[in-house]
Write a protein that binds this ligand. Structure first.
Ligand SMILES: [Zn+2]
Length: 353
């Protein structure tokens, strides 16, 4: 557990919080309504990328300087703020006041576009940016240059993969009302970028079921058709039998606390990290019964009370998150993948998005 405080006066600015990996939907914009908090209460994540103003357009930065900081395809603008913002849930923040002249937003709340909008209530130092406008996951980003760690964390324990399914919950793919969960759209936007890179430009086949339902259409539409042989992708990870014969690409979980990627067995050419909440659903959930039972319904027969939630639309990976991730993969410098990146960037809401 860590407590963060004002770097100038030492006032406490958070409750005790534990480190987790930054969620895939941290940069997602979704719908036009208020979204929940990005971070679970009692947790924090460090954003490894620079964030906040000043921003510079791609034309000012140029490919060489962008490449030196790990961005390999054009993006509208790059932040030249500090790296290492500490992201927490708004409810875990203490002892701050709003800076009225920095409270810009689009319509329903604050978007943080003018830089830090929260000051330390004791000394007045600008310390954090609260974001709670519509379309944005609500969060407070503590400015790494304006805060300090008051109570340091114990050294982080390595990921315990054997406990993944017990310690963390799967995220159901479909919400009440039939909408795909936006966290799935974000997580599979990230996974799709890695899958495209791993495909090397050849078609990819997925196992039948939820994985094919969510990613199959995008792969078929984005990758060239008719080129053989297809690469085979499969799920792998703790609790799953080793897939055989060895697939070309394994979709494996990324640990929600440490961000570590599950180590695939030797000999697998490519691994694609998938957010653990989504991976757990893809890999393990179909085999689970909602309650202890003797026997079970035959395959294809579903309980009628309550009916399982079904989506009312085709799945659409988040195109902005796909582009963000692709731009940070060195493979995007290869012409075939750059062409896919540019095609999606030109019309990010045409099929399959
Ligand atoms: Zn202070």
């Amino acid at each position: 557990m860590a407590v963060f405080g004002c770097a100038r006066c030492g006032a406490e600015l958070t409750v005790p919080v534990s480190p987790v990996a930054l969620p895939d939907h941290a940069r997602q914009t979704y719908g036009h309504e208020l979204l929940p908090a990005l971070m679970e209460s009692g947790t924090y994540a460090v954003d490894p990328e620079p964030s906040g103003p000043p921003w510079r357009r791609w034309s000012e930065v140029g490919a060489q300087e962008a490449g030196a900081r790990g961005v390999f395809a054009p993006v509208p603008a790059l932040s030249f703020g500090s790296r290492g913002a500490v992201v927490v849930a708004p409810g875990d923040v203490r002892g701050t006041v709003l800076i009225p002249e920095r409270c810009q937003g689009y319509c329903l709340g604050l978007d943080g576009s003018s830089g830090p909008n929260l000051a330390c209530a004791r000394c007045g130092q600008a310390v954090a940016t609260r974001v709670d406008d519509c379309t944005l996951w609500q969060a407070v980003r503590l400015d790494p240059d304006a805060v300090q760690t008051l109570t340091a964390d114990a050294p982080a324990l390595p990921a315990d993969w054997s406990a993944l399914g017990r310690e963390y919950e799967a995220i159901p793919p479909v919400e009440q009302g039939g909408w795909w969960d936006p966290r799935w759209e974000a997580a599979l936007g990230v996974a799709l970028a890695h899958l495209l890179a791993a495909s090397a430009g050849t078609p990819v086949s997925l196992p039948d079921g939820l994985l094919a339902e969510t990613l199959g259409r995008a792969l078929d539409l984005l990758l060239p058709r008719g080129r053989a042989p297809r690469k085979a992708a499969a799920l792998a990870g703790p609790g799953l039998p080793v897939p055989g014969p060895a697939p070309d690409i394994l979709l494996v979980p990324r640990h929600p606390r440490t961000g570590e990627v599950w180590q695939a067995p030797p000999g697998v050419a490519h691994t694609v990290p998938v957010s653990a909440g989504v991976w757990l659903q893809l890999a393990l959930q179909p085999a689970r019964l909602p309650a202890p039972a003797t026997g079970r319904l035959p395959d294809g027969v579903e309980r009628d009370d309550p009916l399982p939630l079904r989506p009312h639309s085709l799945f659409r990976p988040d195109p902005r998150i796909l582009l963000h991730t692709l731009a940070r993969l060195p493979a995007v410098r290869e012409p075939w993948l750059r062409a896919i990146h540019d095609r999606v960037g030109k019309s990010p809401y045409s099929r399959p998005f």
